[in-house]
Design a protein around this ligand. Structure first.
Ligand code: ZN
Length: 367
């Protein structure tokens, strides 16, 4: 015999429904004469009947248990502190890692012209060496409102060091900067790498430490594990990606930290004549742009974009060597890119502050 049965739990919500086929093996007593259920494939008739009786006769108990589990799950869910949400605000910080001379020769003017400042994280062992910042440039950046951050003495992977070596790298770099009259409160971990020991020792000398990890920061962030994104452009990392991050930081009221290293440009060339000399000045005619040669290949030149905007059709000439080439395409120009990022924030989000790391910590009360 075949018939249907439903199990009604409180609130008359039908949650189980089975079809039954009568069997001579078991009585129907346990289910009030409503027939035998068809058992699931991996379940014997006796086990299924016992389970059915358990559910049917203890439905209120099961409902009570379900409510208890639900309440327990709610009580362990993360609770957002309303005061933390109030402190939240969209911020953006630009950090230049390693203390390249381009922080002074390129970035300083870009930021100053737009009433903004940035942070530079310097390796003290590289200060006053070729292509890196000098002490006088550092001092001028600080006077302009830039933040000078520690980035160790010799740029090691801090995870590989003993505690005594860590102490030396983190304390001596800070002492060297202070000896030059530079105020330093925060640091950047070389290669964005840290661990618990590194952060513990960093906390002895610095207010905060920045890593990478492609995330944003908020009032509850760990000051010794600040997150950041690279803003160096490449074939895989376009300006639209950076703008998307800025959009998200604004809409989610997060603190976006962007970092990069040397500020350079790369162009595709043709018709190269002569040999360019490393470090020589480049002129771009007719655009009137100027640059400082870094290196080249048969098809490209990499240089520091010092002023103006090199354009396709320009003839690029080395002022010392007399070498020249035709500019066919600008692969990237980080001078232009930085300018575009700042102006994007100014035009689209005028109330989004561009701050140093130290100012961001103050505004979000991260401690
Ligand atoms: Zn570095």
């Amino acid at each position: 015999m075949r018939c249907d049965i439903e199990i009604y739990f409180p609130y008359q919500k039908s949650i189980l429904r089975y079809s039954y086929i009568a069997s001579s093996a078991y009585s129907t007593e346990g289910i009030a004469g409503k027939g035998f259920p068809t058992r699931p494939p991996a379940c014997s008739d006796r086990v299924f009947l016992n389970l059915y009786n358990l559910l049917y006769h203890n439905r209120q108990l099961f409902c009570f248990a379900f409510v208890l589990i639900f309440i327990s799950a709610c009580s362990t869910a993360p609770v957002i502190d309303p005061s933390v949400m109030i402190k939240s605000k969209p911020l953006i910080t630009f950090v230049f890692d390693d203390g390249n001379e381009t922080d002074y020769t390129v970035a300083k003017d870009i930021f100053s012209a737009r009433g903004e400042v940035a942070s530079t994280a310097v390796v003290t062992g590289w200060i006053n060496t070729k292509d890196y910042l000098s002490v006088s440039q550092l001092t001028e950046l600080q006077q302009t409102g830039w933040e000078i951050m520690g980035h160790t003495v010799s740029h090691p992977n801090l995870r590989d060091l003993s505690e005594s070596q860590l102490e030396a790298e983190l304390s001596q770099s800070k002492a060297a900067l202070e000896g030059w009259g530079i105020h330093v409160r925060n640091m950047v971990y070389p290669y964005n790498k840290s661990n618990e020991t590194v952060r513990r020792i960093a906390a002895k000398y610095y207010r905060a430490g920045r890593a990478g990890q492609k995330m944003m920061n908020s009032p509850g962030s760990d000051p010794y594990d600040l997150k950041s994104y690279s803003c160096e452009l490449s074939f895989w990392h376009k300006m639209d990606d950076i703008k998307g991050l800025i959009d998200r930081a604004y809409s989610e009221k997060k603190w976006l930290i962007l970092y990069q290293h040397l500020i350079d440009a790369k162009i595709r060339i043709s018709g190269k004549r002569g040999v360019f000399v490393p470090g020589e000045m480049l002129s771009f005619i007719p655009s009137g742009a100027a640059g400082k040669y870094i290196k080249d290949s048969l098809w490209s030149i990499q240089f520091v974009p010092l002023s103006g905007t090199p354009q396709p059709g320009d003839t690029v000439t080395g002022l010392s060597s007399g070498a020249s080439a035709k500019l066919w395409e600008v692969y990237y120009n980080e001078r232009e890119a930085l300018t575009e990022m700042i102006e994007y924030v100014h035009k689209k989000y005028p109330d989004m502050q561009i701050v140093t790391i130290d100012k961001g910590l103050d505004l979000l009360e991260i401690r």
